[in-house]
Each structure stands twice: as C-alpha cells, then as structure tokens.
Design a protein around this ligand. Structure first.
Ligand code: 13P
Ligand code: SF4
Length: 330
C-alpha cells in the first residue's frame, strides 16, 4: 500500500477499496462530517451533521470509530463511547468557535449568573462540556432551549449568531449569549447574501445559523426582497432534507462549501451555489485521503479524554442526543 497512489485518478478506486478493507480489518466505522472533502464523504460509512454523527457514534457496533471531522466531534464521540477506540486522521484539526471559550471563562460567567442553566453548542472542548448542563447542535438548539423552564436564566455559548437565532425563535429574553463566532461562517456577510439574492430573485436561501448573514436573510424576507418562505435557516443536515423537498431551480447556500457536495448528490437537478465560495474551513480540510488511510493503517491519531472530564461531560452530551428528531444523515 502506498499512500501516493491516492493522487492518481485511475487509482482512486484502489484508495477507496483500501480504506474499506482496512476499516473491516480494524473493525472500524468511518464517519464524515458534511464539510469534509468529497472523496472522504463518499468513502465514509456515514456522512452527516454533528447531531446525526454523535448519535451514530453512540450506537456504533464497531470497536473503533474513525472520525473525519474536527477534534471536538471526535472528542464528543469518545465521551459517548468511552470503551471504543476513537481515531481522528489529524488531531490538529481544531475549530475557531470551540476556541472562543475555555472552562475557566465559563466558570467565571456561571459565577455571575448563579442558578442559570448552561447550554453549550457541541462546538466546545470536553472541559467546557464538563461545566455544561445540556449540549446542543444547530439542528436541535431551539428544542433544547425550549425544554428549559421559561423562568430559568440560560447561558448560551459560544456562538453569538446561533444564540441570536435561538433567542429570535423562542422569544426568550432571559437567554444570555457568549460573543464567540466561527471565522468561516462569520465571514459570510449580509452584503454578499444581498447581492447574490438580487442576482437571482427566484432562488431559495439555505442559511446556516452560525452565519453572520442569518439576520440579513431574515431582514431581506421582512423587507419583501425575498419571499419569506424562500429563506430557510438550517443545520447542515436540515439543508439536505430541504434539498430533497425543494421545488426551486436554484438555491443559494450560506455555509462551508463542503456542503455543496451532499446537496448536489441529493438533488442533482437543482443549481446549488455558494453565497461565498471562499468559505472553506481549513481545519475540516486538514483531513485528507492520505491521512485517513494512515489513520486506519497505523491507528492514529487516537483521541483521549481525561476520564473524570468525560464523566462530567457525559450527561450534557447524552441529553443533547435525546432531544430533536432523527435526521441529518442518520
Ligand atoms: P452542523 O453539522 O451541526 O450543522 O454543524 C456545522 C458546523 O459548523 C460544524 O462545525
Ligand atoms: Fe469550527 Fe467553523 Fe470549521 Fe465548523 S466551520 S469546524 S465551526 S471553524
């Protein structure tokens, strides 16, 4: 087996065969997030959004999980399945959003709001999850917050745009939001979205709630520039469900560009276009075909979570996978 074979188009099948064979030999399931490179999405046993992949990891029968995504996702799988070996093809694949709050900062915030319920987005470190009451993903954040008694204060972290979306939908004023952001989604701005929507007024808009332009999308709808039913604020998994149902001929997509691969596969007759075609997450793209093969061949990089931290984080992650309907790749 030579890893350089991956670059030659005629040998790509060999690479996929090797991945599947090594996965079988290692008793491994390969999971890929919707932002992964197309060839990794295609070879994975399951491709999906953060919530779907967490649920699949928790229920996996195999003894090894190879997580093609970023580090917090693999860590979440390890928290849910501590007896399994969890591998990530490159442990340096981080997340700017998860880096926007640490456990000490969260403890300080909690001290300022005694009795508040802490809701953390899954894009956080295991240490932050250990300080959390319930985790959520973009596909169930609204349901998670709605499940908390209305008179309880909520600390929502770390994404300010997702927090604003949840506050808008729930109408909850006792929801405090941490001022973090994902550099990829924050960079998809309202001006670009407005310009793209003006070029194609009949297009639908699929907007991830982590985007800086989510508010602009709703403003466009409110101002009559786009029909309100054409604007959909969705998780990556929700975008796939919407793609299968849409009657539109073209859809403008505001999220990381890796998403376009699954959308085009789900609805080849629809013209999916990125609102910002530079919105690529370099952390997600650190997972290459070569590194996936190496992970399976050499059993690296193994993900470890301190058992005490994992124990304290587990309840919040389990509550996350219990809330919200199945979808997004399950
Ligand atoms: P979802 O797959 O849950 O929509 O998350 C998107 C994301 O940014 C993950 O990093
Ligand atoms: Fe993190 Fe943003 Fe990359 Fe998602 S797209 S992994 S939130 S940096």
């Amino acid at each position: 087996m030579t890893i350089t074979e991956v670059g030659a188009p005629g040998l790509r099948v060999d690479w996929a065969d090797q991945v599947r064979r090594l996965a079988r030999e290692r008793d491994a399931v390969v999971l890929a997030h919707n932002y992964q490179l197309p060839e990794i999405q295609d070879v994975a046993h399951h491709t999906g959004d953060s919530l779907a992949l967490s649920r699949i990891a928790a229920a996996a029968e195999q003894s090894t999980i190879v997580f093609c995504g970023v580090h917090f996702m693999a860590e979440t799988a390890k928290i849910l399945a501590p007896e399994k070996t969890v591998l990530i093809p490159d442990a340096a694949a981080g997340c700017s959003l998860a880096d926007s709050i640490n456990a000490a900062e969260l403890r300080e915030w909690k001290a300022q709001h005694p009795g508040a319920v802490v809701v953390s987005y899954v894009n956080t470190t295991a240490e932050v999850k250990a300080e959390t009451d319930v985790c959520c993903t973009s596909s169930n954040a609204v349901e998670v917050v709605a499940s908390i008694p209305a008179d309880r204060e909520v600390l929502f972290l770390p994404d300010q745009f997702l927090g604003a979306h949840v506050r808008r939908i729930t109408g909850r004023e006792n929801l405090h939001v941490w001022a973090g952001e994902c550099h990829v989604h924050a960079g998809i701005n309202g001006a670009e979205l407005t310009a793209r929507a003006a070029e194609d007024p009949s297009a639908e808009l699929f907007v991830h709630p982590e985007c800086g332009c989510a508010t602009s999308a709703l403003y466009l709808a409110g101002a009559g520039a786009v029909e309100p039913e054409r604007v959909k604020i969705l998780s990556t998994g929700g975008m796939l469900d919407a793609a299968r149902e849409t009657k539109a001929r073209s859809v403008l997509v505001a999220t990381e560009v890796g998403m376009l691969h699954q959308l085009r596969r789900a609805a080849p007759e629809v013209d999916f276009r990125a609102v910002n075609d530079r919105a690529s997450c370099h952390y997600m793209k650190m997972i290459t075909p070569e590194k996936l093969l190496r992970a399976l061949a050499e059993g690296r990089d193994e993900v470890h979570v301190d058992p005490d931290t994992a124990e304290r984080a587990r309840a919040s992650v389990r509550r996350m996978i219990e809330i919200g309907r199945p979808g997004g790749g399950e």
